[in-house]
Design a protein around this ligand. Structure first.
Ligand code: BES
Ligand code: MN
Ligand code: ZN
Length: 523
């Protein structure tokens, strides 16, 4: 069940003459108060890119949009029939918020606005975007954002309905982006890059949105391995016997409660030619469904735990984009997969588990399963040898409590956490560094084993931090690492907004790709 896709191209002809089903322009909310963001609402302002459309409307476009209720607020979409003034039958004005003084709108503003516009145009096969693209060093980043917004806002999961829904319109099939020079090599490269990156985000959304009965560990491993082989990556899949024999105690323990056995998928990208010698490991949590196991979760909302493999989906999809982007750095993806179920064969509170690196863990709550499978996978990544280790997981409800649904929590080597934050800011996937306090580690001392899986008194204080503190035990000293807790940002249960549709968001695919490119460029 994969989504249908949208294709992108560049045009440099007059937007007023484009034979498309709709043309998208931007509008700013122009405020008159001393503080542009909180002052009283003022008049609308057409954004750059709307000039030729405005000319065709004989100077009446702004007033007409205002009459239709346009305020220029971020994400607002107002449609206007053009009645022959321009070739396209429809103009869609998308709100960009107040015009930033002396600058083009921030990339994320345009990414969201483009996503909202393309989503609102579902049903139109072919649309063009004539949005404010700066004529300076920011141009590539802004074009990239517009392209990503179009491809991601146009995403829709195919779903499982047996009868077609008459009210559902097909996502836009073709998006044209108006630029000063459609033959410009750098601009074309940005479109190719955005297509690869957004393709990966869409793949990870598809995997997250797939029903959990269709994506148990063997099926998920098969889907990832098939896509990775087709992309030209090296693929290794360990099955339950190999995991047991190989000493992967954490993956084996969590997986043993399910009839669908666990897997560990390893994907490798080896660059050709000169590299800076750095190696990157990406590790993603692949719990295909998290019931909590014997420490079972409440029924309400449990269905969202089909998204507990969002970390593995992000890593697997990012590896597919890496095969297309060909960065000059070695990247290895590790995707531990298990289904956390309660049964007669489940692991239980009180069990002591020997992990891949030999450390013994006292299990206190089978619902803290993510750290068990991740500890093994991270230790394996360190044993294989790496310089940087980025791990991402829907690890704790505590992340959502602390930082909300949009901002990921980052724990690990401080410099690398800062690098994750910078990468996240650059791509519109915000992440915030969090500490790994000694007292939290102290609270996880076990009476019988090397470490407790959670606070020994089941104290939920510093819940998210407990996850990071636990995972630190599975990283060797020479490896710089960062744990990115995406429990909130990886899944969007509200109404669509910007380029986020309902369900999987694809976070943090774009951050991981940004980090890999950063390491390739800067070591
Ligand atoms: N998969 C959950 C965390 C989660 C919660 C993800 C909400 C997305 C949304 C994780 O395995 C879990 O159950 N964590 C427990 C940890 C606790 C038992 C130490 C939690 O957050 O309560
Ligand atoms: Mn759990
Ligand atoms: Zn979980």
């Amino acid at each position: 069940m994969t989504s249908s896709s949208t294709t992108l191209s560049l045009v440099d002809t007059d937007p007023a003459e484009l034979a498309v089903d709709a043309i998208v322009i931007g509008v700013h909310s122009q405020t008159t108060g001393p503080d542009a963001t909180s002052g009283p609402a003022g008049t609308l302002l057409l954004a750059d890119g709307a000039e030729s459309i405005a000319a065709a409307f004989d100077g009446k476009l702004t007033a007409t949009l205002a009459l239709l209720g346009a305020t220029g607020g971020p994400g607002e979409v107002i449609k206007l029939a053009t009645l022959g003034t321009v070739t396209a039958p429809l103009v869609l004005a998308v709100g960009l918020g107040p015009e930033p003084t002396g600058a083009a709108p921030a990339p994320e503003t345009l990414r969201r606005a483009t996503g909202a516009a393309v989503r609102a145009l579902a049903g139109a096969p072919r649309v063009a975007l004539s949005l404010p693209l700066p004529d300076n060093a920011d141009a590539p980043a802004v074009l990239r954002a517009v392209a990503e917004g179009a491809l991601l806002g146009g995403y829709r999961f195919a779903g499982y309905k047996t009868t077609p829904q008459p009210s559902r319109r097909e996502p836009v099939a073709e998006v044209l982006i108006a630029v000063p020079d459609a033959a410009d090599e750098a601009a074309r490269a940005e479109i190719d890059r955005a297509t690869a990156v957004a393709g990966a985000v869409r793949t990870s959304r598809d995997w997250v949105n797939t029903a959990p009965n269709e994506l148990r560990p063997p099926a998920f491993a098969e889907a990832v391995a098939t896509a990775a082989r087709a992309a030209g990556l090296d693929v290794e899949v360990l099955d339950e016997q190999e995991l047991r024999a190989g000493g992967y105690g954490g993956i084996t323990a969590v997986g043993q409660g399910s009839e669908a056995p666990p897997r560990l998928v390893k994907l490798t990208w080896t660059p050709v030619g000169e590299t800076n010698g750095k190696r990157v490991a990406l590790v993603g949590k692949g719990i295909t469904f998290d019931t909590g196991g014997i420490s079972i979760k409440p029924a309400q909302g449990m269905w969202e735990m089909k998204s507990d493999m969002a970390g593995a989906a992000a890593v697997g999809a990012a590896m597919l984009a890496i095969a297309a982007l060909k960065p000059s750095v070695t990247v290895t993806g590790y995707l531990p997969m298990a289904e956390n179920m309660p049964s007669g064969t489940s692991y239980r509170p009180g069990d002591v588990v020997t992990m891949f690196n030999g450390k013994r863990v006292e299990v206190l709550n089978t619902d803290a399963e993510g750290r068990m499978i991740l500890g093994d996978a991270m230790a394996r990544a360190c044993a294989d040898g790496t310089d940087y280790l980025f791990e991402t997981s829907t690890l704790t409800g505590g992340q959502v409590i602390a930082l909300g649904k949009r901002i990921a929590g980052v724990m690990g080597t401080p410099e690398l956490c800062e690098r994750v934050k910078v990468a996240g800011d650059a791509v519109g996937e915000p992440a915030w560094p969090m500490p790994l306090p000694d007292d939290v580690r102290k609270g996880m001392d076990s009476d019988v084993a090397d470490i407790s899986q959670v606070n020994a008194g089941m104290d939920r204080a510093g819940h998210m931090l407990q996850g990071g503190v636990f995972l630190r035990e599975f990283v060797t000293d020479e490896v710089a690492w960062a744990h990115i807790d995406i429990a909130g940002p990886s899944y969007h249960s509200g109404e669509p907004t910007g380029y986020w549709t309902k369900g999987g968001t694809g976070v943090p695919v774009r951050t991981l790709l940004q980090l890999v490119e950063d390491v390739a460029a800067n070591g």
